[in-house]
Design a protein around this ligand. Sequence first.
Ligand code: GAL
Length: 326
Amino acid sequence: MKEFFSITQITFLTLLLTAILTPAKAQTPTQFTPGTVWKDTSGEVINAHGGGLLYSGGTYYWYGERRGQRASEGVNAYSSKDLYNWKAEGLALAPEESPESDITKGCLMERPKVIYNEKTGKYIMWFHLELKGRGYDAARAAVAISDSPTGPFKFLESFRPNGNMSRDMTLFVDKDKSAYHIYSSRDNYDLRIAKLTDDYLSPTAADKLLFSQHREAPAIFRHNHLYYMVTSGCTGWAPNRASVHVASSLWGPWEDKGDPMQGPDAATTFGGQSTFILPVSGKTNKFIFMADKWNPKDLKDSRYLWLPAEVKDGKLSITWYDSWKL
Ligand code: GAL
């Protein structure tokens, strides 16, 4: 009888069929690999740029800009127990259909940060909002609220805090649970701080200029009795040199301590731009520095640079590793 396939051909076909029919195993990373493509637990590329983290009830939540190639598509949320494996929780805040809304489709929603208010039991999101069709001219802060960390968040309002322009921003909750909005103002020449009301929904009149060094992308943490604030220069999506300012009070004076980055490409923040610094829960002097390596040709493909940040004798250093563990 004529043989149709040789043993080798049959083995090859069997292997090929097995490979095609076996479902792709979800990734279970056990380390950080800055700058590579990061996937969520269902195998989709994580889309959460200019983001920040919140630790709440034993879970970490990661909020960030959902991006298309250029488009701003709202704020995505992810959850994780170990900071390596992230489950997609969907859009925490979606742009609205109504053309009357400040967050109508086509607006820009950037650098979202979420904090939890113990008094009200609400999750509060602030972000940088640019109104549809106005480029970066509106320079507003915007606020949204939710009963659940994964949303859906309800958009409340947008404004210029105390009349000041507000672009790149972050939030910070201090030990006494007072919260602050730190924001680039006056066309990014000024970095300002405003104390928030007790419900974290509005700025109070306690609003002060911190320094005028043309800095943006603020990321702040506290260690012992000092506050550390990493910022970038203002070169749009292009990376530049970072600096860290240190102060013993949030109101200043803030002292410029130079560039804390160490390793190859330290002079351009490893090709990235700061967005957040997480104190790792349950560990002392362990911080994760988060930056975005922007890809302006395809913003959703911008990469995440998470690196260990450490303070020694009051000096912050953030060191590059191709891969690392907590
Ligand atoms: C950067 C800013 C980003 C984004 C970008 C747009 O300076 O940090 O969040 O606004 O400009 O060009």
